[in-house]
Ligand binder design. Structure first.
Ligand code: GLN
Ligand code: ZN
Length: 761
């Protein structure tokens, strides 16, 4: 009999209950008890759902108040030095201090660094290690949850991040591998003790997530796996080693030989690894197959999966387990409420709950004689998948023709950057160290209310448009008063830089409730790219025309780039991602042409997610970069030489993709560099980057307002690395989340700093 278990479930709540409760708690509107109650209810619902579904194990430990890795840091006493030496905080106060930072009188304790969880859009809080870190176990919180789950009377499986991956994801003071690995032994001792405790608490299985095994591992880390699991092998609870986000490849033998009872592999990202795994699987080992996609929202082809699974089931029997490829954290809760989606699309989707039902059906089809109920369900699944696949929206012939006609010249600007810069300067007449912003300006109550009123049908579109027009003109006036050199319209009409375009490009749909946790209480609602993408009408032209009429100053049009549109959406899989990217690029290319016709000769194509989609394995990276760069160039290379193309990137380290950034051939790149110690600027210089650069000179992610002196100092530092005629002056990201009270003095200081620096040159 094949068994069913789940690697992990979403935890934010179908209506983002956890988000609302957390935010109320932080504001002081509800008590800790009330927050605890919300968490309890959410966990119970998830467990009950698994029990009803017939899961053989109930998964515990996938819940978190803010971030699962942070939970591990606290459970193993991996407290950053500044907090160990800081004020003594307890319970939630200490937990949220690590997550969100803490102010102690005049002393500020920054939160732990937030990093992207492998190649997902989920952010985790990195454990911070130093020579004095002292791993120690306190499993109270986890054991409480085990106790709650045990009341359901089902066998319980606890999910943990494995010790090696936990260290792999951590940051050490010295920054080197030995610094991190020196803590491995002590940490393993804590895990061993934890496994004993879980056994005593009646836990049936423990799943140790080790996705680091799916990355290019240095030898020292491979041997760390052997050492660690030799010790954990004597655990009184049986262990499942869970790997996902890619195939195990050269680590397959290593993983299968570790002394654990079961190994989970991701068959969605790497279907071909099944054969190798079966080949090398020992005679007693359980193989858990991640067959249902935890990263995307398409309904599975169950008949095809059954054809793969049946022979495996015959061979392994009880030793075959079924699951999702990875945790379902990365998909929304349920499809059935999405009643604004067209039927052909809605029926082709599976969110977390539907995915669990797919697994239950697969399990039934393998374990039981095929009765008509099973057959009917399989048939209706197959027909839903077929309907979606063969829908005309998937194959829009004018779009396909355009795509076929793309030539190499379409991706190549005709003039060099130096020539373009001369031409652009003729019309733009910018001073040295030009000042600008990244695009968005504060979205105050009035703007949000107007958007909501439009959504609820409380105001007409004309009324809404008039309110947005006011916001745009006000923002233009404010920028003129501040003396900025290149103005923007301020993006008041955008809730989100991807969803906005998703609502306007054909081939996209947006959901009503499809929220996915990004970090803490922050959620995103990725749109769905289900069809051929094409531009219906202008994407931004109406707003840009309002802005153009409001000022004579240089004005920058604001677009989201093809790679970012893909990275932050759920994307069809029936055609290559490169083709989707080119379709999106053509939409942007047409938009830039129309902007030029409006007299807007600066266009910014934001690509904050360029780094995020980079494949985990080095050997896969060039292919990705090739199509990503090609798409950006297709979007931008149609612009006149006199049109200045900007791009903006943030959230990640770029040092390893520097040559790729150069290959984008943008005229200006603005980057988030306000926190990193100018390493980026250094890297750009070393990479021989000659186009213009705007290294963000202040961090917009904190409410602190920088002073002119600070900014002038910062600018002087930057100018030690880059010549003045290459440098732009700007904040490090959009200003959407800040208030005008913070933005005005900050930009004032920024403009003053740029002017002072110009005079000093
Ligand atoms: N233009 C966008 C803004 O200013 C860019 C946001 C981003 O980089 N994430 O909001
Ligand atoms: Zn940014």
């Amino acid at each position: 009999m094949a068994q069913l278990h789940l690697l992990g479930l979403p935890r934010i709540g179908p209506d983002r209950e956890l988000k609302w409760a957390l935010e109320k708690y932080w504001r002081g509107d509800i008590s800790a008890e009330a927050l605890i109650e919300v968490g309890h209810t959410l966990r119970l619902a998830a467990w009950q759902h698994q029990a009803d579904l017939g899961a053989d194990l109930i998964t515990v430990g996938d819940f978190s108040w803010y971030d699962g890795i942070l939970d591990h840091s606290l459970m193993f006493n991996l407290i950053p030095r500044r907090f160990r030496e800081g004020p003594s905080l307890k319970g939630f106060a200490s937990y949220f201090a690590l997550a969100r930072g803490h102010q102690d009188g005049s002393r500020k304790l920054g939160p732990s660094p937030m990093l992207k969880w492998f190649d997902t859009n989920y952010h985790y809080l990195a454990p911070e290690l130093d020579a004095d870190s002292h791993p120690q176990l306190d499993a109270t919180a986890l054991l409480e949850q085990v106790g709650e789950a045990r009341t359901l009377g089902r066998p319980v499986k606890v999910v943990l991040v494995g010790p090696v991956t936990l260290l792999w994801l951590s940051r050490a003071e010295g920054g080197t591998d030995p610094e991190r690995l020196r803590h491995l032994e002590a940490l393993t001792t804590c895990y061993a003790e934890l496994l004993e405790n879980l056994h005593t608490a009646g836990v049936a299985w423990v799943q140790l997530d080790e996705p680091a095994l799916c990355t290019d591992l240095p030898e020292s880390w491979r041997s760390a796996y052997e050492r660690t699991y030799q010790r954990l092998g004597s655990s009184p609870v049986p262990l499942i080693l869970a790997t996902y986000f890619d195939g195990l490849r050269e680590n397959m033998t290593l993983a299968l030989q570790l002394p654990v009872a079961a190994v989970h592999i991701d068959l969605v990202r790497s279907p071909s690894q099944l054969a190798t795994a079966l080949d090398r699987l020992g005679p007693n080992k359980i193989l858990s197959l991640g067959v249902i996609d935890g990263r995307n929202i398409w309904r599975a082809d169950l008949n095809k999966l059954l054809a793969t699974l049946e022979p495996v089931h015959e061979r392994l029997g009880d030793r075959l387990w079924l699951s999702t490829s990875c945790s379902l954290l990365h998909v929304p809760y349920r499809v059935d409420r999405e009643n604004t989606l067209p039927d052909f699309l809605r029926h082709g989707l599976a969110f977390a709950e539907e995915k669990q039902a797919e697994l239950a059906l697969l399990k039934a089809a393998l374990n039981q004689p095929r009765d008509t109920t099973i057959e009917d369900q399989l048939a209706s699944a197959a027909s839903a998948v077929d309907t979606l696949l063969s829908h005309p929206e998937r194959n829009h012939s004018p779009t396909r023709t355009k795509l076929r006609n793309i030539s190499a010249e379409d991706r190549q600007r005709t003039e060099t950057h130096a020539e373009r810069k001369r031409l652009q300067q003729r019309t733009l007449k910018l001073p040295l160290l030009p000042t600008t912003t990244i695009g968005s300006f504060p979205q105050d109550q009035a703007i949000r209310q107007a958007r909501k009123a439009l959504r609820d049908g409380a105001i007409s579109y004309d009324d809404y448009r008039a309110r947005m027009a006011d916001a745009i003109t006000d923002t233009i006036r404010a920028q003129e008063a501040l003396g900025l050199d290149v103005l923007v319209h301020g993006e008041p009409e955008r809730t989100d830089m991807v969803e906005y375009f998703g609502e306007r490009i054909e081939g996209f749909e947006t959901t009503r409730h499809g929220w996915v946790q990004s970090y803490g209480s922050r959620c995103v609602k990725p749109p769905i790219i289900y069809g051929d993408c094409r531009r219906r009408t202008g994407l931004t032209l109406d707003w840009m025309a309002i802005a153009r009429a409001a000022t004579d100053k240089p004005l920058k049009g604001m677009l989201t780039g093809p790679v970012t549109l893909i990275a932050w959406s759920f994307v069809r899989e029936d055609i290559p991602m490169a083709a989707v990217a080119d379709q999106l690029a053509l939409c942007l290319r047409e938009e830039i042409e129309d902007l030029e016709a409006l007299g807007i000769t600066i266009a910014q194509v934001d690509e904050p997610a360029l780094r995020e989609l980079l494949p985990l394995r080095k050997s896969d990276q060039p292919t990705y970069m090739d199509w990503a760069i090609a798409a950006f160039r297709l979007a931008t290379a149609g612009a006149h030489a006199s049109t200045q193309i900007h791009t903006h990137m943030c959230y990640s380290q770029f040092s390893d993709i520097m040559p790729n950034i150069k290959a984008l051939d943008a005229d200006v790149i603005t980057i988030e560099a306000a926190r990193g110690e100018l390493a980026l600027v250094h890297d750009l210089r070393n990479a021989g980057y000659t186009a213009d650069v705007g290294p963000g000179i202040y961090d917009i992610h904190t409410p602190l307002v920088p002073t002119q002196t600070e900014l002038q100092f910062r600018l002087a530092e930057i100018l030690q690395y880059l010549p003045a005629d290459q440098v732009w002056v700007n904040p490090d990201c959009g200003l959407k989340t800040r208030s005008w009270a913070e933005v005005k003095p900050a930009l004032q200081a920024m403009v003053a700093a740029a002017r002072a620096q110009r005079e000093a040159l």
